[in-house]
Design a protein around this ligand. Structure first.
Ligand code: F6P
Length: 369
């Protein structure tokens, strides 16, 4: 639908998937610029695709988005469980969800609300849902968000830098108690199958060991690092470990399966497993802390406020030019676009030749391999 000549007078906006700092900054710029610059009506879709499925939407005026730039989360709500192509409509006798394709219901609601285009803010799961809308003729524009920083074709997503900052502050706090108690302290970070968050926060906090999913770890080597530090008089070790990290030849640790989610696996607990192994093998006192959702919450840092505003503004420029079905990206520090379908259901992980890995090794950080 690139270059579509159809009149655009009313647009929808939704936030899908896990929340992150900066979502409100995008909602703000899109709503304000759409109304003030392009003279459009804006409809806020509640809870991502769930709002399209259940027809829950509300008009957005400029006053509705006033004072939200600095606020974490999303005023529209979100969910990472509503995929219209596989939506849990009931449960069977054993309590298992029964799935249906409810895309037709979504299309009726889009028609009923007279939405001429939709701006979808989200990660790879949301972009897959958006690709489905596009395939049914609904013009869409994607805006990339996620603390995991794992969307294809963009070197950065908003929300990531704030999460790095939050996680770094937590690691710094653990660092001082690790040092006082002469302990091995493991800190587990989010990121799914991508190690970006752990790598950046680990480097920022000077973690002694950084374990990411892309580099399966050797437990013997991790233990040796802790013991050698101890022998050298460094009687503590700070380990930053991704929730998706796994041992060489082994599996990731799964916390739970969320059956009605498009991406049902929730990782978590590897730090606890590792802490037990390290304590048993080294006899060093060891503790594990799982940072969890604290990494997704709170106000966006200034960088993410600006980045989110740039992305949202670029989405509006595309709308004004009637260039649909693209996702906004940042490449080599410049804004650009890619066909939205090329992002759906893919993950950008840390390449093994990423300069950050070499840098970490050169300052003596153990990467577990
Ligand atoms: O994708 C964002 C993220 O926070 C991941 O880092 C994490 O694995 C997952 O979402 C957690 O999902 P939930 O909020 O469903 O527990």
């Amino acid at each position: 639908m690139s270059g579509d000549s159809a009149q655009i007078s009313r647009i929808g906006i939704l936030t899908g998937g896990g929340d992150c700092p900066g979502l409100n900054a995008v909602i703000r710029v899109v709503t304000k610029a759409a109304i003030l610059k392009l003279g459009l009506e804006v409809v806020g879709i509640e809870d991502g695709f769930l709002g399209l499925i259940r027809n829950r939407m509300r008009p957005l005026e400029t006053r509705d988005v006033s004072n939200i730039l600095t606020v974490g989360g999303t005023i529209l709500g979100t969910t990472n469980k509503a995929d219209p192509t596989r939506f849990a409509t009931s449960h069977d006798q054993d309590g298992n969800p029964v799935f249906e394709d409810v895309t037709q219901r979504v299309l009726e609601h889009v028609r009923e609300r007279r939405l001429d285009a939709i701006i979808c803010i989200g990660g790879d799961g949301t972009m897959s849902g958006t690709a489905n809308l596009i395939s049914h003729g609904i013009p869409c524009i994607g805006v990339p968000k996620t603390i995991d920083n794992d969307l294809m074709h963009t070197e950065i997503t908003f929300g990531f830098s704030t999460a790095v900052q939050t996680a770094t502050e937590c690691l710094d706090r653990i660092h001082s108690t690790a040092s006082s108690h002469h302990r091995v302290m493991l800190v587990e970070l989010m990121g799914r199958n991508a190690g970006w968050l752990t790598l950046h926060a680990g480097l920022a906090s000077g973690a002694d060991v950084i374990l990411i999913p892309e580099l399966p770890y050797d437990i013997e080597l991790v233990c040796k690092t802790c013991q050698e530090r101890s022998k050298r008089g460094k009687r503590f070790t700070l380990v930053a470990v991704s929730e998706g990290a796994r041992p060489q030849g082994g599996q990731q640790v799964v916390d739970k399966i969320v059956h009605d989610s498009p991406d049902p696996v929730r990782l978590g607990g590897v730090s606890v497993v590792l802490a037990e192994q390290i304590a048993a093998l080294t006899r060093l006192e060891t503790r594990a802390t799982i940072l969890g959702h604290v990494q997704r919450g709170g106000a966006p840092i200034a960088f993410d406020r600006v980045l989110a505003t740039m992305f949202g503004h670029q989405a509006l420029q595309l709308l004004a030019a009637r260039t649909f079905n693209q996702m906004v990206v940042m490449r080599a520090g410049r804004l650009g676009t890619v066909p939205l379908e090329s992002v759906a259901n893919q993950q950008r992980t840390v390449a093994l030749d990423d300069p950050l890995l070499a840098m970490a090794r050169d300052v003596g950080t153990c990467l577990g391999d």
